[in-house]
Design a protein around this ligand. Sequence first.
Ligand code: SER
Length: 874
Amino acid sequence: MKYTTNNVRNMFLKFFEQNKHKIIPSSSLIPSDHSNLLFTNAGMNQFEDIFLGNKKFNYSRVVTAQRCLRTGGKHNDFHQVGYSTHHHTFFEMLGNFSFGDYFKKEAIAYAWNLLTNEKWFNLPKDQLLVTVYQDDQETYNIWKNIIQLPECKIIKIGHKNNNVYESDNFWQMGETGPCGPCTEIFFNTSNDKKLYLHDLKDKNKYIEIWNIVFIQFNRIKHNKLIPLSTFSVDTGMGLERITSILQKVNSNYKIDSFHDLIQSIYQINKLNISNNNQSINIIADHIRASTFIIGDNILPDNEYRGYILRKIIRRALLHGNKLGIKKIFFYKLVSSVIRIFGESQKQLENQQKKIENILKEEELQFNQTLSKGFKLLLNEIKNLKNKELDANIVFYLHDTIGFPIDLTQDICHEYHIHINISKLQNIIFEHKKKSQKKKITINNIINTIHINEKSIFKGYKYHIITSNIKKIFVHGKEQSTINENEEGIIILDQTPFYGESGGQIGDSGTIFIKQSIFEVYNVKNYAQAIGHIGKMHTGKIKIHDIVTAKINKKKRLLIQNNHSATHLLNSALNLVLKEKIYQRGSFINEKYLRFDFSYFKPINIDQIFNIENIINHQIQKNVNICEQYGSIHEAKLKKYKFLQHKHYNSIVRMLKIGKFSKELCSGTHSKRTGDIGLFKIISEKKIASGIHRIEAITGKYALHKIQDQEKNILEIKNTLQSNDSELLIKIKKIINYCSNLKKENQILNKEIILNEKNQLIKKIIKIKKIYFLNSETKIKNRKLLKIMIDQLKIKINSGVIILFYQYKKKYIFIVSITNNITHKIQAKNIVEIIKKYTNGSGGGKIQTAECIINNIHDFYKILPHITSWISTYI
Ligand code: SER
């Protein structure tokens, strides 16, 4: 086939290469860290700074095949996927770009040539038509006069909502950023060549294939556009769409690359070809998206990018469920995706296992949620008195169990059960309102204050400084004074206190003036202000007082040692695990540090020791820890590590530990690694799918831990009277010895039971049709006694057993009845009789009961009474 997906991609790149464009590889699905986008949604994203003139580039003409994801924000196709034949979450966008080089005339000519020239895509000219932005007469004229498109095929598109620059033909990347008028090329798939403007909305008849944007503005606010000094071109054509047209199929899902993938879905799940196409299409789309997102190092999560990934995976799994797929299946499709994309997506190489593992775990986890939900729901349905399921249950399933509302609806539909949707909506609404309110009340002292002040942080250098009180908040309200015993928040113009961020806890300490002391428990950042949270210990403090702010220095030094150790750990992990690991969270206080990171294999003790050795080696080298400020670009060039999810300012703080660690960080750190003293990992565990957590301690805490362990071992050695080299052998010997003893003991017990049983059997008498045993027993071990009674019950099949033994001058009685006669005689009743006549105490159930008596003769006296009682009831 001439126009396979791979060929179309290559032809596009080649066409523009021949026209002096440089082929640039696709960037990641994760946009640069200063972008506002969640995921890369267009080919132009990686060039944003070049369009805006913030960055120079070596080439003025480039061409790309960019991987994109449209699942949120301005360009969101998520809900169309599966129901439309030409939309995807993940797709490849072919694009040519000019940075201040060619403009409208050339861009349109290139596009027209590639689409219609018989050497290239050779599309029939009469099936193409275009839209232009209504104010862009220049573009209109180019189509009309140079390309010579009939006027009826050049459609002007106006403004939306009467807003200038808000139009389908005015393209913008997101809420802000490069934007400009565009002209779009459509393909008419029908035989009806007559065009009516409203027809353009008929997405099956007219397929939008190419968008050519003339970047002329930077949108800095919703209605504020700044003209750019150089004009550029940004074009985008969906690879899957153009391929569907070139392959003359009426759906993207029918092109060669999707066809192969869909075949795998059928085969792996042994589905009939007639199965629901929409669900199959959704699975095909979503496995591509999931593979590529994980390939770009995002993991399923409950927030941010990971949440989108989780949503995509779960939607696919639900459609699998709809198709009746019972086994876990989704991860098995990864190999097909990787095979189909082959050479063109190098970054997926060697990632198959990792991606499969992540998807498998996610699927297993979701299946558990589903089966729990199913069980609950089916049980509810079973117990319904009428044909309506309470909306509260639907909400409970969704909110507490995580069982999707859609699925509850589907199942109820199958069972002809009604759900009151408006009641459900009300519950959801009320719940949202409540949780909002709760958040506000819980945090009302801390989080509801809005502060426009800016505080300067002086704590990198100083532990104590003089400062001016800028604002005081008591119970969330701004006040001019804070009085003795009142709790509140104080804002200073400058402060040595570090506000909780980047995993590092806030400082504590005091703010004071003469005899008035405000005790600071914690410190948080409120936009640009640093809030000191605490209590007025003595006296009062007023607004504009000049105070002294003093942190708890001892505590801070311990915190910063742990923070620097965390950076060392981050680098050591990369070295030892021989893989790029990604930080997923951290917590640092004065006592310990916690570091969460992505890694998909188990970590063994040798690796843990290796990490400790590497870090302690860096500590012993006592290298300098230094900071430097610079632009984010500079930081990237210098290969500083940064957090994937974090939004950084344009000027960043680069923290370097010798040659060993480079991270962007605003936290406080030790001066030299030697300050850390000692590093010891105290625990390593997996906390979620593909996420490990390491907890570690430093300095005196590490030393004390080692000493405690040493003390324990010493005690063990003393107890076992062993030395170091023999300790383990001795422990193993003891374990072995114990297990042999246990075995011997079991054999002996069996013999004891057997002997005693044989003795007791001789004492069994018959009362009418049942058997009766009454005897003292030598077995006093409760476990053995129970085993023996059970065996005796099997032996007699039907009867009453009363056994007793002496315990510290008293007698303990156990009464047991075989199951088949409990409707006539019950153990607890026999015990009641014994108790009554012997002054004993006890009780029990129908089958077994117990009591304790003082004098055995009392029992013998009433024994005839018991036997006659039994014979009466049997
Ligand atoms: N940026 C435009 C789009 O995504 C053209 O590439 O449609």
